[in-house]
Design a protein around this ligand. Structure first.
Ligand code: APR
Ligand code: PHB
Length: 395
């Protein structure tokens, strides 16, 4: 028995548990994988200022501040040209490159130090009674089945979780006919900033994790397998598409293919079940929004649950989904926009290629277009006050 039953020990579930603990609210996190697996899973690693602020202001910023790489812009390469989008100059803000699994490691360490309950290798199999006062999570652990009773259930179980099936919600989806092959390689980053490259052969991205580790991605076909991409082919293709002479091949220590898709579940809640992070919405990785959305969701959810425990007021809880979805849809739009801007159309339509080059040239020459990219990349809050709002009739 606990107050909040949380399914999933990714950034969403762990951060929610941490935020609730800070308000004196007990939770149990059920995670179907072992700790080691969760801590090693390589994912994206870009944090917006809002995410770094949230981590730092809740005591989770120490290692991130020391090891995270603060970037003030990105490079865009296409048609033999290189351009820089200067986030700092255009928006006054930057981003921090800090791997998702580092955030996860920090949170696990902290939760355990605070005597938090994370049950690894415990798989939620069903959620019952979400319309009642006392919902239950049926789970399996060490071959045994049991129930966890709680006041609320937080479904933070990622894109393949069970929690979403407990809602009577509408799903909005899009899948792309291409995927990303991602590698983590023991080679020093060839650039001090991320390089996003559009090439006739497809998209490529140069990111990094530390002065010794690079994270690199290639657009591949949706049905490609990692077997079709031996080391030599990966490095040849990266060299071609990124056109970065300083990039040296190094030992590949992780390799995986991530599908590119969008999904939004509306509403993100029903009764006493609330979804957060990838369980509720998926963005294509081009805009690097996944972890940021997950952290922003649980900030709102923790505030709403705190209000309920303080005063038994359901007002914020009832508005949870609405409070999140504006930001989610802004990020979906931006991620789809960045994806369309930078990926080769698999049919190879030459008109489409020319349009894309024209759009890229516009983005790097018009301050308005560059600002659109920059302000969304560093994190745009659609509910924050804007000077433009006063001008329209509806305020
Ligand atoms: N029972 C218990 N745990 C489960 C179950 C289940 N039935 N199903 C899934 N899980 C666990 C997964 O093993 C995973 O550890 O839920 C966790 C979900 O974590 P993430 O996939 O990291 O999702 P989230 O916390 O929403 O993180 C959002 O962070 O790194 C980014 O790309 C990532 O966009 C994603 C973001
Ligand atoms: C990463 O570093 O893993 C990364 C960076 C930027 C993206 C996606 C992933 O858009």
């Amino acid at each position: 028995m606990t107050q909040v039953g949380i399914i999933g020990a990714g950034p969403a579930g762990l951060m929610l548990s941490h935020l609730l603990h800070r308000q004196g609210i007990a939770s149990v996190v059920l995670e179907r994988r072992p700790r080691d697996y969760v801590e090693r899973r390589v994912r994206a690693g870009v944090l917006e200022q809002g995410s770094t602020d949230l981590l730092a202001s809740t005591g989770m910023g120490e290692r991130m501040t020391r090891e995270g790489l603060v970037h003030d812009g990105i490079k865009l390469r296409f048609a033999g040209e290189q351009h820089r989008i200067d986030f700092r100059q255009l928006t006054g803000r930057g981003i921090t490159v800090y791997g998702q699994q580092e955030v996860v490691k920090d949170l696990i360490q902290r939760r355990l130090a605070d005597a938090g309950e994370i049950w690894f290798e415990a798989e939620a199999i069903a959620i019952e009674g979400i319309e009642d006062d006392r919902p239950r999570i049926a789970y399996r652990r060490q071959g045994e089945q049991a129930n966890l009773s709680c006041d609320f259930v937080a479904g933070c179980d990622g894109s393949h979780g069970v929690a979403r099936t407990g809602l009577e919600a509408k799903s909005y989806e899009r899948s792309y006919p291409f995927a990303w092959l991602g590698i983590l390689a023991k080679t020093p980053p060839a650039s001090d900033e991320l390089i996003y490259a559009y090439h006739e052969r497809g998209f490529a991205l140069h990111s990094m994790r530390s002065p010794e580790l690079s994270r690199l991605y290639l657009q591949v076909d949706a049905d490609d397998t990692t077997d079709a991409w031996p080391q030599a082919r990966i490095w040849d293709e990266l060299r071609l598409r990124l056109a970065e002479p300083k990039l040296q091949p190094g030992e590949i220590i992780d390799k995986g293919i991530t599908p590119m898709r969008c999904l939004v579940t509306e509403p993100m809640q029903r009764g006493r079940l609330f979804l957060a992070g990838d369980a509720a919405h998926i963005v294509p990785a081009t805009g690097a929004k996944g972890m940021n959305l997950a952290l922003a969701d649980v900030k709102v959810l923790a505030e709403a649950l705190t209000a309920w425990y303080r005063s038994r007021s359901r007002d914020l809880l009832d508005r949870y989904s609405d409070l999140c979805l504006r930001r989610v849809w802004r990020a979906e739009h931006f991620s789809a926009w960045m994806t369309a801007l930078l990926h080769r159309d698999p049919t190879g339509d030459p008109f489409d290629h020319k349009l894309r080059l024209a759009y890229l040239r516009y983005v790097v020459t018009s301050e308005a277009a560059a600002t659109t990219l920059a302000e969304n990349y560093v994190g745009f809050d659609p509910s924050s006050p804007s000077p433009l709002r006063g001008r329209s009739g509806r305020g």
